[in-house]
Design a protein around this ligand. Structure first.
Ligand SMILES: [Mg+2]
Length: 383
C-alpha cells in the first residue's frame, strides 16, 4: 500500500476459543483442566486483516458478545491506524472505572489494530514502536508447579535446566511451611548457577509473605511475585521494607492508573503486565515506559495465554530498554502450538532466548482449521 492510502475498518469479528489441557495445571489460585482466550479479527476495505488476543480465561463467549455489540459498531468505518483515538473510543463503551472484561476486550482489538498498522506499512510492529530494536529476548521457564509432591517439583526443575533454561519460576502457595521447604529443595536441586524466582498468586497475608520472603532471601531467589492480593498496595509497601527479595507484580493490572502507584514509589522492582489483559500494546507500552522512568524492570507475563500474546509481548519487549526477561510457559498449550505459526524464519526458544518475529505486523499466520475446532469447543459451553 502507498503512503496516504485510505484504510477503513469494515468488520470486527470475535472468536471465543477453548482447549482442553492434556494435563491439568495447578497454581495457588486453583486447578485448570481447560483454558479459554478470545481471538479478535479486524478486517479492512483493502483486504488487510489484523489479529489480536484477549485474556478471557472464563466465559469467553461473554467477551465475544462485548466486542461485537459494544466495540465493533464504534470502529466500523474508522482508520485502524488511529490507534490511540480508537482506544479511547472503545474505553467509552462502558462507564465507571476502567478495568475487567472491557479492558481485556479492548486489548484484543488494540493488538489487531497494531497488526494492521504493521502490515499496512510492510514493517514488523517492533519497528513501528521505534525503540531498542532488540532481536531476541531472554526468557525464563514457567513454571515448576505447586502441589504436594516435592520430589516431582524437583524433577520438573531439573528437566527445565536440562532443556537449556538458565532461569526458572517456581509456583508456591499455602501453607507457609510447605512453601519454605519447596523453596529450599528446588534451590538444592538446581544448584547456585540457575536463576530462580517464586510466584505465590496472592497466597499469603502479610505475615506469611514476610516469612516466605525470608526463605527466598536465604536461598538466593531473584524475585517474589504476587505475594499478596493486588488491591493490598499498603501491604506491598510494608513487605518491601521487611523483605530483602525484590517484589514483582503486574499481571493483575488492567490500566496504567492501576500499575502506577507501586511503580512510581519503587515498591515493585519488576513490572509484569499481560498484554492481553492490560489494554493491548498501547496501554502496556505506557506501563513499560513508566516503569523505565522509575528504574523498574519490564518482564512480560504470558501465563496460559496464546501465540498472539507471546508475539505482541516480544514486539514490545524488543522496543523497551528496561526489558529484563519474558515468561516462557512450558506446559502444552494448543493456543501456541496449533493456533498460529510465527512467520517463516522465526526461531523458537533456544538457549534461553526467544527471537522477535520479523514478518509484517505481528509476524503470525493464523491456522483457521485449529481456530474452528477451538471455537466449536468454546461454543459448546453456551449451547
Ligand atoms: Mg504470576
Amino acid at each position: 500500500m502507498q503512503k496516504g492510502d485510505a484504510l477503513r475498518i469494515t468488520e470486527v469479528i470475535a472468536h471465543p476459543l477453548t482447549h482442553r489441557l492434556p494435563a491439568s495445571t495447578q497454581t495457588s489460585w486453583g486447578r485448570y483442566d481447560r483454558v479459554s482466550i478470545m481471538l479478535v479479527e479486524v478486517r479492512t476495505d483493502t483486504g488487510i486483516i489484523g489479529f489480536g488476543e484477549s485474556l478471557a480465561r472464563f466465559a469467553p463467549c461473554a467477551y465475544a458478545e462485548l466486542v461485537e455489540t459494544a466495540l465493533a459498531p464504534r470502529l466500523i468505518g474508522r482508520d485502524p491506524r488511529h490507534i490511540g483515538a480508537n482506544w479511547e473510543l472503545m474505553r467509552r463503551a462502558l462507564s465507571g472505572r476502567a478495568g475487567g472484561m472491557l479492558i481485556e476486550a479492548i486489548a484484543g482489538v488494540d493488538i489487531a489494530l497494531w497488526d494492521i498498522a504493521g502490515k499496512a506499512a510492510g514493517q514488523p510492529v517492533w519497528r513501528l514502536l521505534q525503540g531498542e530494536g532488540t532481536r531476541a529476548v531472554p526468557v525464563y521457564a514457567a513454571s515448576v508447579g505447586w502441589g504436594d509432591d516435592d520430589r516431582a517439583a524437583e524433577e520438573e526443575a531439573v528437566e527445565f535446566v536440562g532443556r537449556g533454561f538458565t532461569s526458572l519460576k517456581v509456583k508456591i502457595g499455602a501453607p507457609v511451611i510447605a512453601a519454605c521447604r519447596r523453596i529450599e529443595r528446588i534451590r538444592a536441586a538446581v544448584g547456585d548457577r540457575v536463576e530462580l524466582t517464586a510466584d505465590a498468586n496472592w497466597a499469603y497475608d502479610l505475615d506469611g509473605a514476610i516469612a516466605v520472603g525470608q526463605a527466598l532471601a536465604r536461598n538466593g531467589y531473584t524475585w517474589f511475585e504476587e505475594p499478596l492480593r493486588p488491591e493490598d498496595e499498603d501491604g506491598y509497601r510494608v513487605l518491601r521494607r521487611r523483605c530483602e527479595v525484590p517484589l514483582a507484580a503486574g499481571e493483575s493490572n488492567y490500566t496504567l492508573d492501576q500499575a502506577a502507584p507501586l511503580v512510581t514509589d519503587r515498591t515493585l522492582s519488576v513490572l509484569q503486565p499481560n498484554i492481553t489483559r492490560s489494554g493491548g500494546i498501547t496501554e502496556t507500552l505506557r506501563m513499560a515506559r513508566l516503569a523505565a522512568a522509575h528504574g523498574v524492570a519490564y518482564a512480560p507475563h504470558v501465563g496460559m495465554s496464546g501465540i498472539i500474546c507471546e508475539a505482541a509481548s516480544l514486539h514490545v519487549a524488543a522496543a523497551m530498554s528496561n526489558t529484563r526477561i519474558m515468561e516462557c510457559p512450558c506446559s502444552a498449550n494448543l493456543f501456541k502450538s496449533e493456533l498460529a505459526d510465527l512467520a517463516p524464519g522465526a526461531a523458537r526458544a533456544e538457549g534461553g532466548m526467544l527471537a522477535v518475529p520479523e514478518g509484517p505486523g505481528l509476524g503470525l499466520e493464523i491456522n483457521f482449521d485449529a481456530l474452528s475446532r477451538m471455537k466449536a469447543l468454546a461454543l459448546e459451553e453456551v449451547a
